[in-house]
Ligand binder design. Structure first.
Ligand SMILES: [Zn+2]
Length: 272
């Protein structure tokens, strides 16, 4: 399986020369296994990804519908391609079906597109639940995890050559990491995990729904993940500061877990 990060930033887009190495786009990850492709989240990174996609069926998993995870949707090239079919597996928003959340995001107060009915692609909305999914070459396990006052869905994606776990926008209670998170990450070849904060940043932001690299590493080690990709970088964290954060995590990691920081572009591709 090939993992490419098209957006590794959290909360909002980071622009400027101090963000070019890790990239400034918000969450979007592309998994490919041979001919098959699965996209995780549609943050602004989905905009450059969309330009590379052929007009055929594409599956997307949405962790949740906060703006940094769907803001690429109205600019995602396949939605304007009548030959494209998009299958969007998404959770309910605050009591609303996923198609209603995305439809409202296009209303004329926010977008010239007005509604989903003006998009050319065939759209198929599937509601996420706890039941496992088989999507082309990928076996997917889903679990709702705590994210502040709401939830974010974590995914375990098993392909022919390995397993990727994607847990972003999560925060664990002081009582510990939930078993559902550990199960998703168990023996994963790559765990992509929220690492918005450093341990020093975190205490005044407890309850905001995000983790520090220390929390991410604790889960990686507990679950026996082979590699940990720190993800959802704080939007004001410069490239040099991400380097420092990774170095801290590497120093703290035991021998069993290699630590990297998710990075946009060819330099950040991970082969499993
Ligand atoms: Zn986010």
């Amino acid at each position: 399986m090939r993992v490419r990060f098209w957006g590794a930033r959290g909360s909002f887009v980071a622009a400027g020369p101090q963000f070019v190495r890790y990239g400034g786009n918000t969450s979007c990850v592309e998994l490919t296994e041979g001919e098959h492709r699965l996209i995780l989240d549609l943050g602004s990174g989905a905009i450059p990804l969309g330009r590379t996609l052929p007009g055929k069926r594409t599956h997307v998993l949405l962790s949740h519908t906060h703006i940094d995870h769907i803001q690429g949707f109205p600019f995602f090239a396949p939605v304007f391609n009548p030959a494209a079919k998009l299958v969007i597996h998404g959770p309910r928003g605050a009591g609303k079906k996923i198609e209603r959340v995305l439809d409202e995001s296009l209303n004329p107060d926010y977008s010239p597109l007005y509604s989903l009915s003006n998009l050319s692609a065939k759209l198929d909305f599937q509601h996420l639940g706890e039941e496992p999914l088989v999507i082309d070459a990928f076996d997917v396990t889903c679990a709702a995890l705590p994210h502040g006052r709401t939830v974010s869905w974590g995914f375990r994606v098993e392909g022919g050559t390995g397993t990727v776990a994607y847990l972003t926008d999560v925060e664990y209670s002081p009582q510990g990491i939930p078993e559902s998170a550990i199960s998703l990450a168990r023996d994963a070849d790559l765990l992509i995990h929220d690492a918005t904060y450093t341990p020093d940043d975190y205490p005044p932001r407890a309850g905001w729904g995000h983790c520090s690299w220390e929390h991410a590493l604790a889960l990686a080690e507990r679950a026996g993940a082979k590699r940990l990709a720190l993800f959802h970088h704080a939007p004001d964290r410069t490239d040099d500061e991400v380097d420092v954060l990774v170095a801290m995590a590497r120093n703290a990691a035991g021998k069993g877990t290699a630590v990297i920081a998710a990075m946009e572009g060819d330099g950040g591709v991970v082969e499993i």
